[in-house]
Design a protein around this ligand. Structure first.
Ligand SMILES: NC(=O)C1=CN([C@@H]2O[C@H](COP(=O)(O)OP(=O)(O)OC[C@H]3O[C@@H](n4cnc5c(N)ncnc54)[C@H](O)[C@@H]3O)[C@@H](O)[C@H]2O)C=CC1
Ligand SMILES: O=C(CO)COP(=O)(O)O
Length: 367
């Protein structure tokens, strides 16, 4: 076991995932831990779902050229970030595991890792999405926690990956039930331009990160229909969506702290994704090109990156149906129906006219 001169264990990190966000966070972490050799081991293994790019393996490109040319082109990765195609080899020696893969791949990845990681490791999920694997809607951090039998917190925030990788100033929210773990992750991640707020409300922070993708997709539909001439309409969609996020959390996951919605993971992430996210961009194209499916647009526009909003809208809709609560969440429901082409994007607004927030005496309980 590596220890510092004062006898402290020197911690090893692993990044499980290497898409747009995984690569961006690797830029920050690689540079950051180099400055803290008494706390963190220099090498960080990053699991890469192997693929060929221009006739070369992506791991080989990353390890030789220090750039993820497919998912974060144009940005250098620090040389202590080591791409590893075997997820077990990437994770087995790590004390701190950062999960950052599209949410549909989490269960399988965790099952591969179960029993093969350090029993006293901890994890943090940077994944924005929900799980439906138990037949009920659940948190991705719970899948990680329950499958690997380790503590798992979340990092959620207004963090469009390309901007983070360019080291533009922004904020994020780290949530851990055990704040001591959260502090370690903050030490590894926080930089002058990536400021971390630490909270204990894991559940609502994670719900914010997942649900805002549905709202941003709705906001993108307005952009696609009306361009930049409908600022008021887009603001209404964002606000109504934000209110549905709060109601969803309070109704189905009671016990959180309303202030969580005012953290970077809440209002700020809804705004940035509704203006600069992939969900917004693909939704705008989807509204403007009625003959194309989301899958076609994702392939054409995102070069292998994965959209999370439509999948989350579908999962949330299935859950709302089970609870007979579709009508209580008109925006979530309408976005799902538009994604399935069961409803025209133009009809989204009609679904919002009689929204619960416009009925009498609906002033929202104060945050
Ligand atoms: N990109 C962004 O700006 C941000 C993304 N996030 C979240 O981070 C999570 C990961 O997204 P990104 O890093 O953007 O990924 P991405 O959408 O850029 O890339 C897709 C990734 O999935 C991998 N993949 C493909 N098939 C796979 C399989 N069968 N098993 C495992 N991995 C496979 C690809 O190799 C690639 O690394 C998502 O939940 C997203 O919502 C959160 C904040 C910002
Ligand atoms: O989560 C994000 C910004 O915080 C990124 O959102 P998109 O997946 O829509 O790009």
């Amino acid at each position: 076991m590596a220890t510092s001169p004062t006898g402290q264990k020197i911690l090893r990190l692993a990044i499980i995932g290497s898409g747009n966000w995984g690569s961006a966070i690797a830029v920050l972490i690689g540079a950051n831990i180099k400055r803290q050799p008494s706390i963190f081991q220099n090498e960080v293994r990053m699991w890469v779902f192997e693929e060929e790019v221009n006739g070369r393996k992506l791991t080989e490109i990353i390890n030789q050229d220090h750039e993820n040319v497919k998912y974060l082109p144009g940005i250098k990765l620090p040389d202590n970030i080591v791409a590893e195609p075997d997820v077990v080899k990437a994770a087995q020696d790590a004390d701190m595991l950062l999960f950052v893969i599209p949410h549909q791949f989490v269960s399988k990845t965790c099952q591969t890792l179960a029993g093969k990681i350090k029993p006293d490791a901890s994890a943090i999920s940077l994944i924005k999405g929900l799980s439906t694997e138990t037949g009920k809607i659940g948190l991705i951090s719970d899948i990680i926690k329950n499958t690997l039998k380790i503590e798992c917190g979340v990092l959620m925030g207004a963090n469009v990956a390309n901007e983070v990788a360019q080291q533009q100033y922004c904020e994020t929210t780290i949530a851990f039930r055990n704040l001591r773990h959260g502090e370690k992750y903050r030490e590894a991640i926080q930089t002058d331009n990536f400021r971390v707020s630490l909270v204990e409300d894991v559940t609502w922070a994670e719900l914010c990160g997942a649900l805002k993708n549905i709202v941003a997709f709705g906001a993108g539909l307005i952009d696609g229909l009306y361009g930049d001439k409908a600022g008021n309409t887009k603001a209404a969609v964002i606000r109504i969506g934000f209110m549905e996020m709060i109601d969803f959390a309070e109704t189905f996951f009671p016990g959180g702290y309303r202030g969580t919605f005012l953290e970077s993971c809440g209002i700020a992430d809804v705004i940035t994704t509704s203006y600069g996210g992939r969900n917004r961009r693909v939704a705008a194209a989807f509204a403007a090109q009625p003959n194309k499916s989301i899958e076609e647009l994702q392939t054409e526009m995102l070069n292998g990156q994965q959209l999370q909003g439509p999948g989350t809208a579908e999962e949330v809709n299935a859950f709302l149906k089970q609870k007979n609560a579709e009508d209580d969440f008109p925006l979530f429901t309408a976005v799902h129906r538009v994604c399935k082409r069961d409803m025209k994007p133009q009809d989204l607004i009609a679904q919002l006219r009689d929204h619960p927030v416009h009925r009498s005496n609906t002033q929202h309980k104060s945050l």
